[in-house]
Write a protein that binds this ligand. Sequence first.
Ligand SMILES: C[S@@+](CC[C@H](N)C(=O)[O-])C[C@H]1O[C@@H](n2cnc3c(N)ncnc32)[C@H](O)[C@@H]1O
Length: 262
Amino acid sequence: MPESKPITIEVDLENGTVQGKRTNGETFTYSLDTPEAFAAISHAWLRCGWDTKYVYSFTWLGRPIIQLPEDLIRLQEVIYATRPDVIIETGVAHGGGLAFYTSIMQVYGGRQAIGIDIEIRPHNRTAIEAHPLASMIHLIEGSSTANEVVEQARSQIRPEDTVMVILDSNHSYEHVLNELRAYAPLVTPGSWIVACDGIMQDLVGAPRSAPDWDTNNPVRAVETFLNEDASFELMEPEFMFNEGLIQERVTYWPKAFLRRVR
Ligand SMILES: C[S@@+](CC[C@H](N)C(=O)[O-])C[C@H]1O[C@@H](n2cnc3c(N)ncnc32)[C@H](O)[C@@H]1O
């Protein structure tokens, strides 16, 4: 798939084509039955979804979950294949992510989801603590990069546990890099860290974006971290099932899945 992103697209449903121009000035015309057409339209759809706050419209088992459904399906595939005993999530918000992880963990016998947030609002805490899966959830309030918070999370982990980490709190370069450095040692070989919302780098100029997002974003933090720590590799999760033509994720989490390889 071309690296340069579409900057304009015009979809012609009558003739079954999409035409457009890329950031590098190239123009394109694709038939709608091609992965290239799907990628161009998906790129525009992701931007439109960002501007309309599409991801702020879902719940998982009763709790709001601020994620793109496709990202959740792919994450579910990775969790079910990896079968972590413990999942640590930074950035809890309403707790939908914690309900999501524990509902999958319950199926294969996972033990605990640890949710860390700088502010767990009282109504969210009450609802999470009353949730049917609450016995599998451990909440920690504090900044995810504070030493005492990392230590509290570490104290919940048993030596035999397989551990996965999902970073979805403050998405600035510096914060994500510090989270990667802090939580990487807790991840077991073969398991994953997922650094969410790398889409920020493609959203500069959109409403609800900041001009520095081209560099101040999770993808750059991942790149810096990978240069420091050879025990992790960027790895696209394998599609577990695919009888279609599409080989790439439609995602708010590009370059997000880091696997611990040693
Ligand atoms: C995008 S929301 C998380 C969404 C959630 N993971 C879900 O699936 O619904 C981001 C959350 O990160 C929290 N947050 C921001 N800065 C933080 C920090 N330094 N440490 C921990 N949490 C933080 C915010 O309070 C907010 O609840």
